[in-house]
Design a protein around this ligand. Structure first.
Ligand code: SF4
Length: 193
């Protein structure tokens, strides 16, 4: 008998589909956009469950943790405890932080180099060039969306600072919007909408 049980509470599901994206072989959405466990059994009026073994534990926990409405849980059948190790209802001290940034004082060069970003609306692509710390062109990345480009750049280890990654994400999003809306894009300048 499988050691763990995936449990879904369909009443909590808001149909965002993250679980389906991550594990389409396990989850699907019905016509009401509510989660369904493909191989699961009904365990209540609006609940389903599915036994999973140790092999599937990590992927099951990961899919449960991406659910924004806590509709999925993974239970250890022996102890009856959740394997998610999260405590969303538990209150902890909340820091109030006022945002601020002084580029002259705080900006630091990423040791891995820098990027140029350019959208090509006629082709429906954004092209990004990576220059290393010696200012040598080291990679050309082409993609259709900001998301696929920044994830490729992170996966290829072309960026090393968090603030640089955030900057690149925002530039790429601007470039994607400019491309879709036929706006003029200038790197480091605000989009004129
Ligand atoms: S991730 Fe959560 S909210 Fe989204 S479809 Fe799955 S169960 Fe529903």
């Amino acid at each position: 008998m499988p050691e763990y049980e995936v449990h879904v509470d369909r009443r909590k599901c808001i149909g965002a589909g993250f679980c389906v994206k991550l594990m389409p072989e396990v989850y699907s959405l019905d016509e009401q956009k509510k989660v369904v466990l493909r191989e699961g059994v009904k365990s209540g009026e609006n609940a389903m469950s599915l036994g999973v073994g140790k092999k599937s534990l990590n992927s099951s926990v990961m899919a449960a943790k991406v659910c924004p409405s806590y509709a999925i849980d993974v239970i250890d059948r022996m102890t009856g405890k959740s394997m998610l190790n999260i405590a969303p209802g538990e209150e902890i001290p909340v820091r109030k932080i006022k945002a601020g940034y002084d580029s002259l004082k705080e900006w630091k060069m990423d040791p891995k180099g820098f990027f140029t970003v350019k959208p090509f609306p006629d082709e429906g692509v954004i092209r990004v060039r990576h220059y290393n710390a010696k200012h040598q062109l080291s990679a050309e990345i082409e993609g259709r969306t900001a998301e696929e480009i920044y994830n490729t750049i992170c996966r290829d280890n072309l960026i090393s600072s968090l603030s640089h990654a955030a900057y690149l994400g925002s530039e790429l999003q601007k470039a994607e919007i400019a491309m879709r809306k036929n706006l003029h894009y200038v790197q480091d300048a605000p989009l004129k909408i």
